[in-house]
Design a binder for this molecule. Structure first.
Ligand SMILES: [Fe+2]
Length: 160
């Protein structure tokens, strides 16, 4: 994306910290096998705000708080917590949303195996402009072969 180095570093650090707010969510909900009920889902949806609140207490990390706050927004406006859409979602949050989905799909969960890379590619493609910024998503798909080299390695070690 040829981002300015400073922005790229900001997104990098935000990516490491994006789910820090989950520290405030009970383990019973985070690790629950099977479907979450509506009340549990409401609790999970608080993690971006909890994360942003944590970051706002540090003068160095506060500049990433909006990326953390909006990492579950969707390009079509159907995400949370604010229902922002399109370019109103901070760029870093739009990038992390895609990376987070790829990581989630290619990781084992207590309730399922990892999805295949082919499935992951098709899901991304299907959701361009819906869940994901189409411009960023197209770039990911364009560079898929390079990307899956690292993801493939991760999957090999995750899926013995
Ligand atoms: Fe999250």
């Amino acid at each position: 994306m040829r981002l300015h180095e400073e922005l790229s570093e900001k997104v990098h650090i935000a990516a490491h910290l994006h789910d820090i707010g989950k520290i405030g969510i009970p383990d019973a909900i985070l690790n629950k096998e099977g479907k979450l009920n509506e009340r549990e889902w409401e609790v999970i949806k608080r993690h971006p705000q909890i994360g942003a609140d944590i970051l706002s207490k540090s003068s160095h990390l506060a500049k990433m708080k909006d990326i953390i706050l909006y990492h579950h927004e969707r390009f079509d406006g159907l995400g949370y917590p604010a229902g922002l859409f399109g370019q109103n979602i901070p760029l870093g949050a739009r990038i992390i949303a895609i990376c987070d989905s790829i990581d989630a799909m290619t990781s084992i969960r207590v309730y399922r195996k990892a999805y295949s890379l082919e499935y992951c590619y098709l899901e991304l493609e299907k959701n361009l402009g819906k869940m994901y910024d189409p411009a960023i998503g197209e770039l990911v798909l364009e560079h898929w072969k390079e990307l899956i080299r690292t993801i493939g390695t991760k999957m090999d070690s995750d899926n013995p």
